[in-house]
Unconditional design. Structure first.
Length: 251
């Protein structure tokens, strides 16, 4: 799931996601808990938003990729008894190929999918126009993370919420070792065997290795003015590797 991503020479992240798009869903399906964890992140966002009262909630899914996080939001909303017409979700991603994969799936009328850089899309919006923002596997791919979080805080309505869901291993020797073993022993060889974009999966390894610690992510949200910032991780081998961080705009 991408934004105007880092580039190295001729290698650009959005282009790599374009190449990987046809096989992306099959690859992530092999990741234990991937969809269940996205659903947990979607639930964490909706839990912070006002209960359905007849009005329409507006949510951004930044870095929507092929639509897995968008689907998690839609499913979580429906499970809470929300009417499909009362939730508007705009999925935003810089990869044309990934958004094309998302477009090929069935969606309720309230879902819109946009090809755009995440920060540029936020900057095009007026202040206080969005109820919630989900950023799954996005923040570590953004060159200016502070700017993105600041823009999210600007567009949130009072009481709105941001949920960041991503890998982070900084500050944990165990998590770093597990991540290196999984990437070099499973993810990168599997990508090669399936003909997926191997440089993209090598980038996955280094981007997680070099990403912010969880406390640093929390500090970013607090510095942008968000409150009630909370964090959770997940069980099994992904404990301490996969995290959900949530914060709210002051009411």
């Amino acid at each position: 799931m991408t934004t105007s991503a880092p580039s190295t020479g001729e290698w650009v992240l959005a282009d790599a996601f374009d190449r990987a798009a046809p096989s992306y869903d099959a690859m992530v399906a092999l990741s234990p808990g991937y969809h269940a964890q996205l659903r947990t992140a979607a639930d964490a966002l909706l839990e912070r938003l006002p209960a359905p009262d007849g009005s329409t909630l507006t949510v951004l899914d930044l870095g929507c990729g092929s639509g897995a996080s968008t689907r998690a939001l839609v499913d979580a909303w429906q499970a809470r008894g929300g009417a499909p017409t009362r939730l508007g979700v705009t999925g935003v991603d810089a990869s044309v190929g990934m958004v094309a994969q998302a477009h090929a799936k069935p969606w309720p009328d309230g879902v819109e999918l946009v090809v755009s850089d995440a920060v540029a899309h936020l900057e095009s919006l007026p202040a206080g126009c969005v109820d919630g923002v989900l950023a799954a596997y996005l923040l570590r791919n953004v060159p200016d993370r502070e700017r993105l979080v600041r823009e999210v805080a600007r567009v949130l309505r009072p009481g709105g919420a941001l949920v960041v869901h991503d890998y982070s291993v900084a500050g944990s020797a165990r998590a770093k070792a597990v991540w290196a073993a999984v990437c070099h022993g499973v993810i990168i060889p599997l990508a090669a065997a399936k003909g997926s974009d191997v440089p993209l999966h090598r980038y996955l390894y280094t981007s997680v290795r070099d990403f912010d610690s969880v406390p640093a992510i929390c500090d970013r949200l607090l510095a942008a003015g968000l409150v009630d910032v909370r964090h959770r991780t997940y069980g099994g081998w992904q404990h301490g590797l996969v995290h959900t961080v949530a914060g709210s705009a002051p009411s």
